[in-house]
Design a protein around this ligand. Structure first.
Ligand SMILES: [Zn+2]
Length: 403
């Protein structure tokens, strides 16, 4: 099988490995711990407790393989970004299965030693927040290392000295692949090591691996892969790891149409990681021109959850044309696996360069807001046609009124 055939075959067989106990959009620390206890019983996996979060939740490493090439992959440094954690457990199931991929597994485990840290920020995961227990973003703490979680990741990377680092995140649903309305389902970054974004041998390898991931994912989502903006962030882990000599690859799981629960992007993560690992094992990335990395369209923030175009706003007796972009922020209902949405007006005015995941042309309709329209205000609106109330926007969702 060549690498395209392999990716296609894995894509078709993915359901055999999907960890059915995990949803893709929320994972509690107790669910994680239970699954870790499960794999601990299998000889293939070496599980260690690396330490505890600020609120005393265990953080684990899962090691497998005996190879010379060392790979470190961590997930959920941002608590509300669980997609890749779910994908790692799919991968663990893949590695512990026996089937037509036995040769691939054997080869990967012979050439690579994998170090995984699933859910680096369990406190944030539990609260479904980006930040940790004292509301600090771990990915801005790579210099000071003030949080236990950041220290754990840093120390572990120093100990393992991996050749490759996989920094696995979710991005919000508002990104597109280039200036288009194609949502960016996966975006990829070879983090820079300085403000002038130099490319040395270390970063070049990240770019080459990303090209191989791009080749694999292009088979399934050719329009929905983007290149994350490569501005240097001196306090971020990816940038500092690149500086340290670890070829780091950032994978962001984004939005894909009709995939609200993120099951499809989780599957794409599985494919992306296996294609990258296989390339690292075979070293075929060395034959890839790293400049192709720059052919991947840039991640642009051009989407709203709901875009209302061409409304009429009456202000002091005069009519104006206005577009309204509305976003819905997902919040967890405490102590449950359920969510609610808090919606707000994200932008106003001429939004003709933007797109809506859901959008309406409301030419001829008039918006009469309860309060003055303002950015960051709750998205509750009344929409009239010929003086009659026809549509209503409540908490960011639009409905037709049949009156
Ligand atoms: Zn993140």
């Amino acid at each position: 099988m060549n690498s395209n055939e392999l990716s296609t075959s894995l894509f078709n067989d993915y359901d055999n490995y999907r960890e059915k106990k995990l949803n893709s959009d929320f994972i509690s620390h107790s669910q994680l711990t239970e699954l870790i206890r499960g794999i601990q019983t299998k000889n293939l996996f070496r599980v260690d407790k690396l330490g505890e979060s600020l609120d005393c939740k265990e953080i684990f490493s899962v090691v497998l393989g005996e190879g010379e090439t060392k790979i470190l992959a961590w997930t959920q440094m941002h608590g509300d970004e669980p997609t890749a954690t779910a994908a790692l457990f799919d991968l663990f199931n893949f590695f512990s299965s026996k089937d037509l991929y036995d040769d691939l597994r054997k080869n990967l485990l012979k050439k690579i030693t994998f170090h995984f840290i699933p859910m680096l920020n369990p406190d944030g995961a539990e609260m479904f927040t980006r930040e940790n227990a004292f509301n600090v973003d771990l990915n801005r703490d790579a210099l000071r290392l003030q949080s236990y979680e950041s220290q754990i990741l840093w120390d572990y990377a120093e100990k393992v000295e991996p050749e490759f680092g996989f920094n696995l995140h979710d991005q919000n649903s508002y990104y597109t692949a280039g200036r288009s309305d194609n949502a960016s389902a996966i975006s990829l970054l070879a983090p820079p090591m300085n403000h002038v974004k130099s490319i040395n041998y270390i970063r070049e390898k990240s770019m080459q691996i990303i090209c191989r991931i791009n080749d694999a994912l292009s088979l399934f989502i050719p329009q929905n892969i983007a290149r994350y903006k490569d501005d240097f962030e001196p306090r971020a882990f990816g940038d500092n790891f690149t500086k340290k000599g670890i070829s780091t690859i950032l994978i962001e799981s984004g939005f894909y149409k009709n995939d609200m629960k993120k099951d499809f992007v989780r599957k794409l993560n599985f494919i992306a990681l296996l294609s990258a690992f296989n390339s690292a094992a075979e070293k075929d990335y060395e034959n890839t021109d790293h400049k192709k990395y720059f052919d991947i369209p840039e991640n642009e923030e051009l989407l709203f959850d709901l875009l209302l175009r061409n409304l009429t706003l009456n202000y002091n007796g005069r009519n104006f044309k206005i577009d309204i972009g509305i976003n819905r922020e997902k919040k967890r209902i405490k102590e449950s696996q359920s969510f609610y949405y808090k919606s707000k007006i994200a932008d106003l005015g001429d939004l003709s360069i933007f797109y809506g995941i859901e959008e309406y042309d409301l030419t001829g309709y008039q918006v009469i807001p309860d309060n003055k329209l303002s950015i960051d205000e709750p998205a509750d609106l009344k929409i009239f046609f010929n003086g009659q109330l026809k549509k209503e926007v409540k908490n960011g969702f639009i409905s037709d009124l049949n009156n």
